[in-house]
Write a protein that binds this ligand. Structure first.
Ligand code: NAI
Length: 240
């Protein structure tokens, strides 16, 4: 299976924000989830600009590229101290690096995939996570017939070894690609391992202590949004 291009934001990390001085500011200011959810998109666009060799960009030009208003961009970035300069715009490299810090992408995050079926393997085969510092350390599955198989060089392991593996390998994130009937039980077990975040693909809301952050991903939500837009094209749907 080849890599799956998932631009579902891998990890909108609140705790990543805690690392630099600006973050304390961020916490004090109580940044809205909507702003935080827009940051990966800025990061992506700035990455593309960097690849194109663009050194600086005005909020106006960035807004045209991203199809959001320039004032939205300024407002969003002002939450973190601005980064722009009147008459100069934004230094692309600097802003890209600062947003990376805010998102916690300036450090690596080890993760495991639980459920090495079709989706789990597709995710495991995606190298773009590693480019952003998310390092896949292991895959786990309850099905004994999968044990011993490897995905991108990593063996599929038995669930019995999960807790110890998480502890020994400094795993922060678990990706859940298991049936929804199994997800609550596995998630409870993960809480006891001290994991920090769960990227949950199972179609069920997990009720967990606040110590474990959960990011739900439902690809079909995006498809339904597309369906809505097709059905309402021409009615002027507002930008994100
Ligand atoms: P699959 O059947 O190919 O893989 C599921 C794997 O989970 C199997 O290998 C199975 O042995 C393993 N498993 C079951 N119970 C387990 C447990 N307690 N501990 C560890 N492993 C366990 O299914 P597929 O297509 O990979 O889908 C996986 C999950 O992802 C399903 O819940 C599906 O509904 C969901 N899904 C979600 C999407 C989304 O956008 N959120 C998109 C596609 C699938």
């Amino acid at each position: 299976m080849k890599s799956l291009t998932l631009y579902t934001q891998f990890y909108i990390m609140k705790f990543g924000i805690k690392r630099n001085k600006k973050v304390n500011k961020v916490e004090e200011k109580n940044i809205s989830q909507a702003v935080i959810r827009r940051l990966p998109r800025y990061y992506r666009y700035l990455g593309t600009l960097l690849d194109e060799g663009v050194e600086r960009i005005s909020s106006g030009d960035l807004s045209k590229r991203m199809n959001v208003t320039a004032s939205q961009i300024r407002q969003d970035l002002n939450n973190f101290g601005g980064f722009g300069q009147q008459g100069y715009g934004y230094n692309v490299k600097y802003l890209h690096a600062e947003i990376a810090k805010i998102l916690g992408l300036d450090v690596t995050h080890n993760f495991v995939i639980i459920g090495a079926g079709k989706l789990g393997q597709a995710l495991a085969n995606s190298i773009s996570f590693e480019k952003r510092g998310f390092i896949l350390k292991g895959l786990f599955d309850i099905n004994p017939s999968l044990e011993g198989f490897t995905v991108r060089g990593l063996p599929i392991r038995s669930m019995d070894s999960l807790s110890e593996f998480i502890e020994k390998n400094n795993i922060e994130i678990a990706v859940l690609t298991i049936p929804k009937s199994m997800a609550p039980e596995v998630a409870e077990m993960l809480v006891d391992t001290g994991i920090k975040g769960i990227w949950n693909f199972a179609h069920i809301d997990l009720k967990l202590p606040e110590t474990v952050l959960v990011e739900n991903v439902h690809l079909s939500d995006s498809l339904m949004s597309l369906s809505y837009r097709i059905g309402h094209s021409g009615e002027g749907v507002l930008d994100e």
